[in-house]
Design a protein around this ligand. Structure first.
Ligand code: TYM
Length: 344
């Protein structure tokens, strides 16, 4: 059995928001007690869409700062940026040759991101899920905490792992390696906020690229900004229901209750027991207080950290050195399995 290991990544594409925090980062923090974890700022993924270089550098530091400010311990675990560990790109190439076009053609995220003019999308955007599979499998990670939108990519990573193990089963055996050389990575999509929706439109995911800043709460928003956005958040005219079933077909209410539950570490049912029957106006006031209490210190710490880029960069260099030691071992075996010649 391969050892259990957690891997996950966040793109440094700016506007890190409450969805990233509640859908992913909060769970990253929790998993530190039970697993060895690697948390990666996936800068190679970011450039599948044009990034202004100086802004990319800033955003890499900002995601790193968000990890640390949220409570990830870069000494006990590994925090690094993807481009410093060349093995990600190396394994991704092998996976480009394992994954089938038909598999990638089914990826809904590519269709959404490429939009109507698919011919103008970068090749990297199309091959993106293969790189993501490489990120996870180069560490032979077994658990991957993500928001719901990454589920399909995780399924693809599982398919790639299995096909690699099958295609090379004889060689894997001949080299005396475990026949399940790559494990089946398990998605961990947990908590009451696996899909945080836009504050302006309950049918749309909260996203970094939404042109309306009022659609999302950024981790760097100050107390006034948070309060304004929550007060302006779209709701419906009914009072809050007392049971979860009453949230069906009320996406905006469901979203705000989910956010409250996730921020307070409670279930939606529990939150509704307290607020059911009440008006949104008073619920929103309580949500503002809770959000400012939980997010305020994170934003402040992020600000402090980003003012010390030398420290942030040193965390990434140290993490990358430790990550490379693990990734290098996997790549050595992959080269043997595939039949490449290497220095011994
Ligand atoms: P990214 O950078 O878009 O998002 C980072 C994490 O935040 C989650 N997330 C959300 N969760 C709930 N509600 C939302 N509105 C919301 N928006 C984003 C995402 O699910 C994700 O967990 N492809 C990945 C990055 C990646 C990766 C990996 C993840 C690259 N390699 C390997 C896991 C393992 C992405 O674009 O995430």
């Amino acid at each position: 059995m391969p050892t259990e290991r957690v891997f996950s990544g966040v793109q440094p594409t700016g506007n890190l928001h409450l969805g990233n925090y509640l859908g992913a980062i909060v769970n990253f923090v929790k998993l530190q007690d039970a697993y060895n974890c690697l948390y990666c700022v996936v800068d190679l993924h970011a450039i599948t869409v044009w990034q202004e270089p100086a802004e990319l550098t800033r955003n890499i530091r900002e995601v790193t700062a968000a990890f640390i400010a949220s409570g990830i311990d870069p000494k006990k675990h590994i925090v690094f940026n993807q481009s410093q560990v060349a093995e990600h790109a190396e394994l991704a190439w092998v996976f480009n040759c394992v994954a089938r076009l038909g598999w990638l053609n089914r990826m809904t995220q590519f269709k959404e991101k490429a939009g109507k003019d698919r011919e103008a999308a970068s090749v990297g955007l199309y091959a993106y899920p293969n790189l993501m599979a490489a990120d996870i499998l180069v560490y032979r990670a077994t658990h991957v905490p993500v928001g719901e939108d990454q589920k399909q990519h995780l399924e693809l990573a599982r398919d790639i792992a299995q096909k690699f193990n099958n295609d090379f089963s004889d060689s894997i055996r001949a080299h005396g390696l475990d026949e399940k050389f790559f494990p089946q990575p398990e998605p961990l999509i947990t908590g009451p906020a696996t899909r945080v929706m836009s504050l302006r439109d309950g049918s749309k995911k909260m996203s970094k690229s939404d042109p309306s800043d009022y659609s999302r709460i950024n981790l760097t928003d100050d107390a006034d900004g948070i309060a304004q956005k929550i007060r302006k958040a779209k709701t419906d005219p009914e009072p809050l229901p007392s049971e979860e079933k009453g949230l069906e077909a009320r996406p905006e209410a469901d979203n705000l209750v989910g956010i409250y539950a996730a921020l307070s570490g409670r279930t939606k049912a529990d939150v509704l027991r307290e607020f059911g029957g009440g008006q949104f106006s008073s619920f929103k006031s309580t949500l503002v207080d809770l959000s400012v209490e939980k997010l305020g210190p994170i934003g402040a710490e992020m600000k402090k950290l980003t003012q010390d880029p030398a420290y942030v960069d040193s965390v990434l260099v140290d993490g990358a050195d430790r990550a490379r030691a693990i990734a290098g071992q996997t790549m050595t075996s992959v080269k043997d399995i595939v039949g490449f010649i290497r220095k011994k």
